[in-house]
Design a protein around this ligand. Structure first.
Ligand SMILES: Nc1ncnc2c1ncn2[C@@H]1O[C@H](COP(=O)(O)OP(=O)(O)OP(=O)(O)O)[C@@H](O)[C@H]1O
Length: 322
């Protein structure tokens, strides 16, 4: 069944999907893979150095991207899976500034999701560092690791798998806040009561209030993704990682969700790492773009410089299939 963005906002669409999948998101987040895998770095001539990049970004970055303070800093990050012949993520460095959307684009298998999992500490990197809010996240454990997870949230590709099928939408929305012991200080989604908090979140993602009492399978795909976005922003993280957030949606819902994400970024001052194989979506969303290939960064630039002559041949290849 095709749905329109307006249908979704008004809650007129019932999902045709009724399959129930068991998923324990909290368990995934607690998983810590500590494989001592070998780092297998492969230098290639066409890899952009940090110095090249800083110069290029300084020349081309939009005013928004250079006005914010750094919130996330990734330096020389590498991750090799046991038995793999090359690193999934190989010497990646970048900085995310407050209030900006940094796009990370590359074809399937280039290491985007591995990088996302390292940022969330769902997986540990083998080398390099990730600094969020001034803290090296590799050193965190226990309570401080839980606090870190409050500061960085993720929206996955498949909202059905990200939502607990047994929980009503209201309960899914309140869950991250309750996991914080209901004592998180919030500035936008201030908690007065469960109902008021849930309604504020539904309103923020432009969903009707009556969805609070439904189960995930009673929503359309677009509505479900709006719920996972609401869950991610409800505890007011510093950074939201968007890992192919529209890949499971039809074209109309994709556009509406991307617009919503942009609106939320500007109205709430959020900072995004937007991960996608879809260069058009990344270009639409981001102030700066990083191009990854086989685990490495091969190009990076301000979004307005996408079509510039100096783009890496691989970026040009991606543009040709835009
Ligand atoms: N748990 C794992 N164990 C072993 N190898 C893995 C694991 N997860 C990913 N890989 C490998 O690491 C590489 C990068 O995978 P990753 O999922 O990060 O890429 P991606 O760019 O997100 O791809 P896609 O867009 O298809 O999701 C691939 O070669 C993949 O096969």
């Amino acid at each position: 069944m095709k749905t329109t963005a307006d249908d979704e906002r008004r809650g007129l669409v019932q999902s045709e999907e009724s399959g129930v999948r068991s998923h324990d998101f909290a368990r995934d987040l607690n998983h810590e893979d500590t494989d001592n895998a070998v780092i297998n770095t492969t230098d290639t001539d066409d890899v952009v150095t940090d110095a090249d990049i800083d110069t290029a970004v300084a020349e081309t970055a939009s005013p928004l991207s250079i006005s914010g303070d750094p919130v996330l800093h990734v330096e020389h990050l590498s991750r090799t899976y046991a038995g793999a012949d090359r690193p999934a993520v190989n010497d990646i460095s970048f900085t995310l500034n407050h209030g900006e959307c940094l796009g990370l684009v590359g074809e399937s298998g280039c290491g985007k999701s591995t990088l996302a999992r390292c940022l969330l500490r769902i997986e540990d990197a083998d080398a390099g560092s990730i600094t969020l809010g001034g803290q090296d996240i590799a050193r965190l454990s226990g309570r401080r690791l839980r606090q870190h997870r409050r500061k960085i949230q993720i929206v996955f590709q498949n909202p059905m798998a990200a939502l607990n099928p047994k929980l009503k939408i209201a309960d899914s929305l309140i869950d991250p806040y309750e996991q914080l012991g209901r004592n998180a200080e919030l500035s936008h989604f201030t908690y007065t009561s469960k109902d008021a908090y849930v309604q504020k979140l539904l309103e923020a993602v432009e969903l009707p209030s009556d969805l609070a009492g439904r189960y995930p399978h009673e929503l359309s795909g677009g509505q479900r993704q709006r719920v996972t976005i609401a869950r991610a922003i409800g505890i007011e993280p510093d950074v939201v990682v968007l890992d192919e957030p529209t890949a499971s949606l039809d074209v109309i819902s994709q556009g509406a969700v991307l617009q919503l994400l942009t609106d939320l970024r500007t109205s709430l001052g959020l900072s995004y790492v937007f991960i996608s194989h879809d260069l058009a979506a990344v270009h639409r969303m981001s102030q700066r773009i990083i191009v990854m290939r086989e685990g490495q960064i091969v190009d990076r630039f301000g979004a307005e410089a996408l079509f510039a002559e100096e783009r890496h041949p691989y970026t040009k290849e991606l543009i040709s299939i835009f």
